[in-house]
Design a protein around this ligand. Structure first.
Ligand code: HOZ
Length: 432
């Protein structure tokens, strides 16, 4: 069981002198779970190792990037080869076409794709494109969905923004968000009303088809279908933000599972195999509005970076092996059925939401189906649960409003250890 954090404590003090909050992304700061961030040294398979030598079974998975686990041999050897050739050219490479071809083959709604550097860039660019294509200004996003930190999307946002209790950021001019309409997730009636009022002005609706940034929340039956119908009816584009779900829930993402054909799709995380990347793509007639073909400008010095693309291609190659997603499903089934058994056995006010290899343990007995119900969660209990699991060598996301990711590298033994720790921690929390 990890005990000594002395090096992490010193490193944090040092980081605080030079980096705001000592972290390069707010949700890493442990503000929602107490204590201080732990500084990692390395990862191997399903394990993370901190600078004090403590070992953790990792369910953060690079915030969803590492579906194969840390240092997958296929990814590492591809990167070693790529490094011999250089790190950035600022010119086209065949690698970029190879990744684009692979994405187009995997996701039928995507006929052309543009690579960028992050999920934030992908959503920001997709929405600029939607506005350019439709000639309309308004966009709809959903409460608790997080699409990166572009100004006009940081309204009632999930992830770190929700964790810090600031779902709408300071520093954003009212004019910038005047065209952002926020609707409740899983509520078609509310959406109907918005379209009836504003339909002709709406350029696009952007949605996480399975929400992962207010914890895992599944679309209710008919919700995505209704959304597709409404957007078609009013001539607005439907944008799926599959930065988390792309290549995770299935090779073709959430849209493959739910059988929806969005106009544009945003990707990230897994397609970079742990290196910085993002992508947006969709119907050819829309994508051909992007510069240099069309008038919608978007650019990037490191876009399509050879290392990121190499790691992404190696990851997708591994994911194409037969039976991979079944293997992942088996692991998660074993885990979830055991956790569910424990929840039923103990007087725990806990709700488990999961799909594919995404899981959130909400500390509320209420069915969690949207932002409002997610906010019923007892975040103080989550914090205690997080610390209890951490002390047992299990690394979970440091916030109630995030997703635990199971990777292909998790073994049955590691999952059993996690189940054991879960049982002890839930029991501890249930005691008066
Ligand atoms: N999309 C990730 C959160 N769900 C990013 C993590 C971060 O904000 O650092």
């Amino acid at each position: 069981m990890p005990q000594n954090y002395s090096k992490s404590i010193n490193s944090y003090q040092e980081a605080l002198k030079f980096i705001p909050g000592g972290v390069n992304s707010p949700v890493r700061a442990f503000k929602a779970v107490g204590g201080q961030p732990i500084f990692m040294e390395k990862g191997e398979g399903a394990f993370l190792y901190d600078i004090d030598g403590n070992q953790y079974i990792d369910y953060l998975g690079g915030w969803g990037s590492l579906i194969l686990g840390h240092r997958h041999p296929g990814v590492i050897s591809a990167l070693e080869e790529a490094l011999k050739k250089g790190t950035s050219f600022g010119t086209p490479t065949e690698l970029e076409t190879a990744l684009a071809r692979e994405i187009v083959a995997a996701v039928p709604s995507v006929e052309m794709v543009r690579l960028v550097n992050s999920g934030t860039e992908a959503t920001m660019s997709a929405l600029r494109l939607a506005r350019g294509y439709t000639g309309r200004n308004k966009i709809i996003k959903f409460e608790g969905c997080y699409h990166g930190h572009a100004d006009f999307l940081l309204v009632k946002a999930g992830s770190g923004a929700l964790t810090l209790g600031r779902p709408t950021s300071a520093g954003i001019s009212p004019q910038v968000i005047a065209d952002t309409i926020v609707a409740p997730y899983n509520d078609l009636t509310a959406l109907d009303e918005v379209f009836a009022r504003e339909g002709e002005n709406i350029a696009a609706v952007i949605i996480e088809p399975v929400a992962g940034n207010m914890g895992v929340i599944l679309p209710q039956p008919g919700f995505l279908e209704g959304l597709r119908e409404l957007t078609r009816h009013y001539g607005a584009l439907l944008i799926f933000d599959e930065v988390i779900t792309g290549f995770r829930l299935a090779y073709g993402g959430a849209q493959e599972i739910y059988g929806i054909d969005p106009d544009l799709t945003c990707l990230g995380k897994i397609i970079g195999g742990g290196l910085p990347i993002g992508a947006y793509g969709g119907k050819r007639r829309i994508m051909e509005q992007v510069a240099p073909v069309g008038p919608v400008y978007q650019a990037g010095t490191l876009a399509g970076n050879p290392l990121a693309v190499t790691a992404g291609l190696a990851t997708l190659r591994a994911l194409k092996q037969p039976g991979i997603y079944d293997d992942l499903a088996r692991k998660i089934k074993y885990m979830v059925s055991n956790l569910t058994g424990i929840i039923q056995e103990l007087p725990a006010e806990v709700t488990l939401n999961h799909i594919g290899s995404m899981v959130t343990i909400f500390f509320t007995p209420v069915k969690v189906k949207d932002y409002q119900t997610a906010c019923h969660s007892n975040t103080e209990k989550y914090a205690r649960f997080f610390q209890c699991m951490l002390a047992r060598g299990i690394y979970l996301p440091p916030s109630q409003f995030e997703t635990c990711f199971v990777s292909l590298s998790h073994t049955e033994e590691q999952i059993s250890q996690t189940i054991e720790a879960f049982k002890k921690c839930i029991l501890e929390l249930s005691l008066p």
